[in-house]
Design a protein around this ligand. Structure first.
Ligand code: PEP
Ligand code: MN
Length: 295
């Protein structure tokens, strides 16, 4: 039976030719397109670790955490200046001031920055500061935003929609690629399914890592913070993700001496735990699984 709108994994080469491994034989069966962000290489010979706060709350908090991430051995700083919150009454991020704080943090530490952009009209502003633009889970289906970030000439971190199939996720990436930007890193961040919400925030779908690698040459990383929603689960989930072949990790970090973060404090880890994850990631590597790299 044929159903309108139905897509299966077999349709990927036809529907997403720009990103399909089958249509781009230069990547071979295992080659990854290396996405470079200010010298940090996603899909290179070791996993990339990104750390930082959920939201940029203050200069002291974000700049302090940037130094802590750097000391822990992290490669990049994350932090949301624009936050997609479930309630419109909750803290929505510090906007332009947050972007300014992020650029100070980069100036002091040298860590490249990834930050979320939610509004197509703000892509230019955010791209002036960000080294990499994040499209969040809620916006994975926002085709106007995807096309706009595709034109921004910045590498994109494309999070998986919380209820998106792999085909839908790759379709979102193809929208970016269609604008001529193939510098896309996929990020698994947990999906809705039974029993998400009971003992963890989402269900961390590690199976999607090898599956995505079979279908596309794009690098793929994992966000264990949003996937689990529980600080104690972040470290083991990070190790598991690397074991499944993740090219990196995106982790929320907090300085608890400043109090509980305004956003997602229950899933944040401290810099000491981040340093352990970095050590594991460096020792682990991805080179064994990724013999061929195409720059
Ligand atoms: C985030 O990374 O800050 C975030 C909001 O994540 P997600 O879009 O995956 O919910
Ligand atoms: Mn968060």
């Amino acid at each position: 039976m044929k159903i309108a709108g139905q897509i299966s994994i077999d349709d990927v080469p036809k529907m997403y030719p720009l990103l399909s491994r089958a249509v781009n034989p230069q990547y071979g069966e295992k080659g990854t397109r290396v996405v470079e962000v200010a010298g940090v290489r996603f899909g290179g010979d070791r996993p990339v670790v990104i750390g930082g706060p959920c939201a940029v709350e203050s200069h002291e908090q974000t700049v302090g955490l940037a130094h802590a991430v750097k000391r822990a051995g992290g490669d990049m700083l994350r932090g949301g200046a624009y936050k997609p919150r479930t309630s419109p009454h909750d803290f929505q991020g510090s906007g332009l001031e947050g972007l300014c704080i992020l650029s100070i943090a980069r100036e002091q530490t040298g860590l490249p920055i990834v930050t979320e952009v939610m509004d197509p009209r703000l892509v230019g502003e955010v791209a002036k500061v960000a080294d990499m633009l994040q499209v969040g889970s809620r916006n994975m289906h926002n085709y106007t935003l995807l096309a706009e970030v595709g034109r921004a000439r910045k590498p994109i971190l494309l999070k998986r929609g919380m209820s998106a199939s792999l085909c839908e996720w790759l379709g979102a990436a193809e929208y970016i690629a269609k604008q001529g930007n193939l510098d896309i890193v996929l990020c698994e961040r947990g999906i809705r399914g039974f029993p998400s919400g009971e003992y963890s925030r989402y269900v961390l779908d590690l199976n999607v890592i090898p599956a995505a690698k079979m279908l596309t040459f794009l690098p793929i990383i994992v966000d264990p913070s949003h996937a689990t929603g529980v600080s104690a689960m972040v470290e083991p989930a990070s190790r598991a993700a690397l074991e499944m072949g993740s090219h990196g990790l995106l982790i929320e970090v907090a300085d608890f001496s400043l109090g509980v973060p305004r956003c997602d404090g229950l899933q944040a880890i401290d810099a000491t735990a981040l340093a352990r994850i970095v050590k594991f990631a460096y020792a682990h590597g991805v080179s064994v699984r990724e013999p061929a790299q195409v720059g």
